[in-house]
Design a protein around this ligand. Structure first.
Ligand code: SAJ
Length: 412
């Protein structure tokens, strides 16, 4: 049976691009979100998040009537859940948004429907979702206990797109699809084949859940290795960038880049889902989190020491986003460092972030000024590079020579 109408629950960084791409394939898509403003913005053909080319495709599919946003779920052939899965205080996963999504779709579920969980989830979450839906709809059979006799198909298909490249990766990347039964996997694969050019590989739900967590933990551990090397190299008075470049000449060595810490909503979060389900076994993964979380503190200490030599330190902090060439400041180590420097009152703080027009109140309230790169280079005696935005690479060397520089990204 073809998918004529698909509902996407959660219209954020993953849900909105997915909804727009599905709609561009001629499927009727209804997006559901709890934020009224997001729903109104999308229905005007506009976007509430920054991602290259997303505005163009959303405008097109809203204009042709293929994509519509609402706050109340309606019947559809398939439901794709793309809601946040943060952690609560002690690093335990918070599944309350998935639970809310289950409550939203349960009343409109019909026999033969497919439900796909795209949100990054701890192992067992897809089965938990099936149990919640079964409680809410006792008239239907669900695959966690009815397997192949279920009325509803349920699968996990974790998103794995890189912010900044979402529209390309949504279509090009391979997808791992883990159903609660083989026919759940097969049905979900049919849905993904309508827009994915990469391979759609089927497995069981637990493997798919752990696969996503493994991908991000792998990256976290490798960044931690680079960050630890940067501390070792500093202590031993070796240039870490030259060191890594030389070591990477070995055919089987590929060290990532050290930085001011690991930001974003994925890599600094997902490894904890592994640690919380297997705390005794996940020793290296936990240690990597500690190493990466410790890096902002080390940078702050470096800046304090550098500022000590000036009577009136004027500190230019280059970059606030969590990584290069995006506007996303959430969970950003650069932001954490700049705020802490301002709180310690060690000098005048000038922040440069070419991708935003206004500082978030948490920074402006601390007296931090948002200035252009030119102004910052003119007025500062200490320059701290926190993000490797393209704009910063072209700062003239002679201009830097007259300043004290803390370069956390190896920009210069
Ligand atoms: N970083 C470094 N050094 C590096 C690479 C990254 O310090 O060599 C830092 C970045 O500056 C940033 C953080 O790590 O603060 C994370 O950036 P990222 O580009 O590695 O990853 P994200 O968080 O933008 O996206 C990741 C991706 N996962 C992997 O590459 C395994 C993406 O494919 C996932 O879809 C996404 O997480 C997600 O949503 O889970």
């Amino acid at each position: 049976m073809a998918f004529e109408k698909v509902s996407v629950i959660g219209l954020g960084y993953i849900g909105l691009p997915t909804a727009a791409v599905l709609a561009s394939r001629g499927i009727d898509v209804v997006g559901v979100d709890v934020t009224e403003k997001a729903v109104e913005t999308i229905n005007r053909g506009e976007v509430h998040i920054v991602e290259p080319d997303l505005d163009i495709i959303v405008k097109a599919v809203v204009t042709t009537g293929k994509l519509r946003a609402t706050m109340v779920a309606e019947p559809a052939d398939a439901f794709m859940i793309a809601v946040p899965t943060p952690f609560v205080d002690d690093h335990q996963p918070d599944l309350s948004y998935i639970r809310q999504a289950a409550e939203a779709i349960a009343p409109v579920l019909e026999k033969g429907n497919l439900v796909v969980l795209e949100s990054t989830s701890p192992v067992g979450a897809t089965e938990q979702l099936s149990c919640w839906l079964a409680e809410l709809r006792p008239d239907l059979h669900f695959p966690h206990n009815s397997r192949e006799r279920a009325d509803i198909n349920l699968a996990h298909c974790p998103e794995r797109v890189l912010p900044g490249h979402v529209l390309h990766e949504l279509v090009a990347n391979d997808r791992v699809i883990g159903g609660l039964s083989p026919s759940c996997s097969e049905r979900a694969r049919e849905l993904y084949k309508t827009f994915v050019r990469g391979e759609c590989i089927t497995t069981d739900a637990r493997t798919a859940e752990l696969c996503k967590l493994t991908e991000n933990a792998y990256r976290d551990v490798n960044i931690a290795f680079a960050n630890e090397l940067s501390l070792i190299a500093d202590k031993l008075k070796v240039n870490v960038w030259e060191l890594i470049e030389l070591a990477n000449r070995h055919p089987r060595v590929n060290i990532l880049n050290p930085g001011p810490g690991v930001g974003g909503h994925c890599i600094a979060v997902d490894p904890w889902f592994i640690v919380s389900s297997a705390p005794e076994q996940a020793r290296l993964i936990r240690m990597a989190r500690d190493v990466n979380d410790g890096k902002p503190g080390y940078v702050i200490q470096q800046v304090e020491e550098a500022a000590d030599q000036f009577k009136r330190p004027v500190i230019a902090c280059l970059g606030l986003a969590f990584k290069a060439d995006i506007d996303d400041l959430r969970e950003s180590p650069a932001l954490e460092i700049v705020a802490e420097l301002a709180q310690q009152n060690i000098g005048r703080i000038l922040a440069v972030e070419p991708n935003i027009n206004q500082l978030p109140p948490q920074l402006s309230d601390l007296g931090i000024e948002l200035v252009s790169l030119e102004e910052a280079m003119e007025a500062s005696n200490l320059v701290v590079a926190l993000v490797d935005h393209s704009e910063f690479k072209s700062v003239p060397k002679p201009q830097l020579a007259s300043k004290v520089v803390v370069d956390t990204r190896g920009l210069w």
